[in-house]
Design a protein around this ligand. Sequence first.
Ligand SMILES: Nc1ncnc2c1ncn2[C@@H]1O[C@H](COP(=O)(O)OP(=O)(O)OP(=O)(O)O)[C@@H](O)[C@H]1O
Length: 446
Amino acid sequence: MHSRSLDGVSTCAGNLVPENAGDRDLTGEADKVNLAEESLLNKMIRHALVRNRNQVEVLQADPTSPLYSVKTFEELRLKPELLEGVYKMGFNRPSKIQECALPMMLAQPPQNLIAQAQSGTGKTAAFSLAMLSHVNPANKWTQCLCVSPTYELALQIGKVIEQMGKFCPDVKVQYAVRGNRLQRGVQLQDHIAIGTPGTLLDWCTKYKHIDPKKITMFVLDEADVMIATQGHQDQSLRIYRQLTKDCQMLLFSATFEDSVWRFAERVVPDPNIIKLKREEETLDNIKQFYVACKDKEAKFTALCDLYGCLTIAQAMIFCHTRKMASWLVDQLYREGHQVAVLSGQLTVEQRAAVIERFRNGKEKVLVTTNVCSRGIDVEQVSLVVNFDLPVDLEGNADSETYLHRIGRTGRFGRQGFAVNMVDSKHNRKIRKLDTQNLEEMESLST
Ligand SMILES: Nc1ncnc2c1ncn2[C@@H]1O[C@H](COP(=O)(O)OP(=O)(O)OP(=O)(O)O)[C@@H](O)[C@H]1O
């Protein structure tokens, strides 16, 4: 497997710093969750598949055709060098989504696919394998296009392809991302091009590095993140319109709101649809408490009273704003407590490093904002403290975030505790949530 060394493009995720990192400072605003950053962070800190006990739902474009699914990678009849790469990555068998998605993606005649499954269920690995298997290395032109919402995410996909294709030296990958300039008029000979919509569009239309008529597989990853970015949807559609009718279309998304669905239907005609529902967080083993406090100082005093309990295993303390998190950390330092801090002012790499240290038990207490209400799995976390209860932009109770936060504790059937610091002036009611009951959850936000 060969990948180019690019002018000004680092393929090492460790070097990636968001462009606006320097502008980030402390604000009293709620820490906003940036979808692309969250996705990147998840990829960086994940070590294995996210477990999911739900069944995959499949909707076939042609319901009369037999539904194939595979339990082993051998059944896919991959090139031996590709199979070797898969095993070398430590994949023993296909994940749930891969069991159905891989035979569809590799089928002849080609089939279109829309697949939805939460992050970490093996989507990237699945389409990477499909692209590597699809290309004919003897044809010295680009055959697969893979569109990704950001530069960093594109490089992450590239890393997976490079690893998986380690024993396929003839297959070449190129990155269509900012900073990677080819000479005008140069025809790309690399078989797979991964990039952001704007650069890929330029390479297909303005610079003619890629002939879109020769593309036979088009992959759109993280469609939900993609359409959240102004302009990306339009650019992706413009690339799509240049492709031929026979081009195989594959679209992946972690979530499926109406807007994602409408977009998917526009770029994927006659799709097979695969869905893997997110596994519900169960709160049965999480005991929830609240402490009434009149102000932040009183909350801090209550926290200090609790501190001995926090450090029995590990604890996460959630604040609403970076400013509050920073104030709390200062107070905790003053009391001589060693804590870790995670907030949106850190770069994604710095956040990943903080999480890694916390995971390894270097710190027992992590103070954070909403930037990390989901994503983090630290098995030893037994206590979550809501120093501020989660609220949405209008100041209403944000039950979804509450659920994600307290879901950080009590993982895998262990006992967990959630302590909520409640301002008496707001006196919000804490009720037990039944995640099976969506109506109840909706009523909570009213
Ligand atoms: N069949 C498999 N067996 C074991 N591990 C796997 C398998 N497929 C993928 N993985 C690993 O599981 C993790 C998640 O996979 P992957 O990144 O493909 O998921 P995803 O659904 O694309 O999530 P995201 O979009 O967040 O990256 C990765 O660490 C990957 O190496």
